[in-house]
Design a binder for this molecule. Structure first.
Ligand code: PLP
Ligand code: TYF
Length: 396
């Protein structure tokens, strides 16, 4: 049965972790995978999470099956975060939200549902994008192509080309958009540019699928979520996947969601019923713990406030590391202007380094980034940044 099974390629990013772990270099630094580590290089356990977990242990609840769409209080809290508390469309019951296994799970439930309602559509992802976007939509049965996004020569987004691609897309085309903190480049589009994208989506009758894996890592929770409000204002139906992996540092708990904005309440009820079929035929119903923690934090005012502070702490520390990296690179003798690193947002920086340079960084210095030149700025700290800057200076 398995004689003809071929060896599948490793995930280019997660595969780097294995290589990093096997590297005996004591000075090694992992800037590959997108994980936030604190000033001591440790994966944080947020204090709000610890407090919520203490409450949950105290309450010692039995673990029955959850509803197929997850914990109701969790879904409601997600909606408040994504669409804003008191949003009209929430009051009108126009949003179908389901708990999902991380942001990836939200994308997959959405992709499987779309394959039923829009089977012949093409999917467009940004060039470049999170590689799993392509794989996930391909495995859901779609043909995946790209729209232009990153332009190395401008150290930014080639927005005209992006917009032209959207305007040239056939009606029904599914367009995956990074709501904030673009992975891998770190370059987001401006509010005015978002408005032009929304106009194109509406005029061309495209299906927008917003991937929000980093809400709160750009400018703030509400600030990063504002783009969702602009889509709502435009009066179109669209999809939003949410991830709490990064914003709650709950990577392994697999906490996320999918929200689908519908025309009216009755339509949302029908859509929800179909999302539940997708879930039921994949894994029946979601796990309890992570969503219970997130729901507890989001609905307990003191914990919510603590979370917002801790998230701001992560956001501000990353920004400080961006500024420090530019300074340290200059101090290490790099002549070219690398100030673009401070205009990028979120966890990543497209450094502009080439594949051979990234290979040298790994091989000679034990500094691990992705071959594309992507480095995870969120893994820099005062202890490793000097070494990283000097290593980069040497390969430049
Ligand atoms: N979407 C993007 C753009 C990401 O960078 C990630 C990163 O992990 C995900 C989705 C997946 O999130 P999760 O780990 O919650 O599945
Ligand atoms: O881009 C990243 O590094 C994160 C983590 O298949 C990740 O989004 C990377 C690859 C993958 C799943 C998660």
């Amino acid at each position: 049965l398995f004689a003809a099974v071929e060896m599948a390629p490793r995930d280019p990013i997660l595969g780097l972790n294995e290589q990093f772990n096997a590297d005996p270099n004591p000075a090694k630094v992992n800037l590959g995978v997108g994980v936030y580590t604190d000033e001591n290089g440790k994966l944080p356990l947020l204090a709000c999470v610890k407090a919520a977990e203490a409450q949950l242990v105290e309450a010692a609840r039995a673990r029955g099956y959850l509803p197929i769409d997850g914990i109701a209080a969790y879904d409601k809290a997600v909606q408040g975060l994504v669409f804003g508390e008191g949003s009209d469309i929430l009051a009108a019951g126009r949003v179908a939200t389901v708990q999902a296994l991380g942001g990836t799970g939200g994308l997959k439930v959405g992709a499987d549902f779309l394959k039923k309602v829009n089977p012949g559509a093409k999917v467009l992802i940004s060039d470049p994008s999170w590689e799993n976007h392509r794989a996930l939509f391909t495995n859901a049965g779609f043909t995946v192509e790209t729209y232009p996004y990153y332009d190395a020569s401008r150290q930014g987004v080639n927005f005209d080309a992006m917009l032209a691609a959207l305007n040239g897309a056939a009606a029904g085309t599914i367009v995956v958009l990074h709501a904030c903190c673009h992975n891998p480049t770190g370059y987001d589009i401006s509010t005015a540019q978002w408005d032009a994208v929304i106009e194109a989506v509406k005029a061309r009758k495209l299906v927008a699928f917003l991937d929000m894996a980093y809400q709160g890592f750009g400018d703030g929770i509400a600030e990063d979520g504002a783009v969702i409000g602009r889509f709502v204002q435009a009066g179109i139906d669209f999809f939003v996947s949410t991830s709490f992996s990064k914003s709650f540092s709950l990577y392994g708990e697999r906490v996320g969601a999918l929200s689908v904005v519908c025309e009216n309440k009755e339509e949302a009820a029908r859509v929800l019923s179909q999302l539940k079929i997708v879930i039921r035929t994949n894994y029946s119903n979601p796990p309890t713990h992570g969503a219970q923690v997130v729901a507890t934090v989001l609905t307990t005012p003191a914990l919510r406030q603590q979370w917002e502070q801790e998230l701001a702490g992560m956001r501000n520390r990353i920004k400080a590391m961006r500024t420090a990296l530019v300074e340290r690179l200059k101090a290490a003798g790099v002549k070219q202007d690398l100030s673009f690193i401070t205009t990028q947002r979120g966890m990543f920086s497209y450094s502009g380094l080439t594949k051979p340079q990234m290979e040298r960084l790994r091989g000679e210095f034990g500094v691990y980034g992705v071959d594309s030149g992507r480095i995870c700025v969120a893994a820099l700290n005062e202890k490793n940044i000097g070494y990283v800057a000097e290593s980069i200076a040497k390969v430049i």
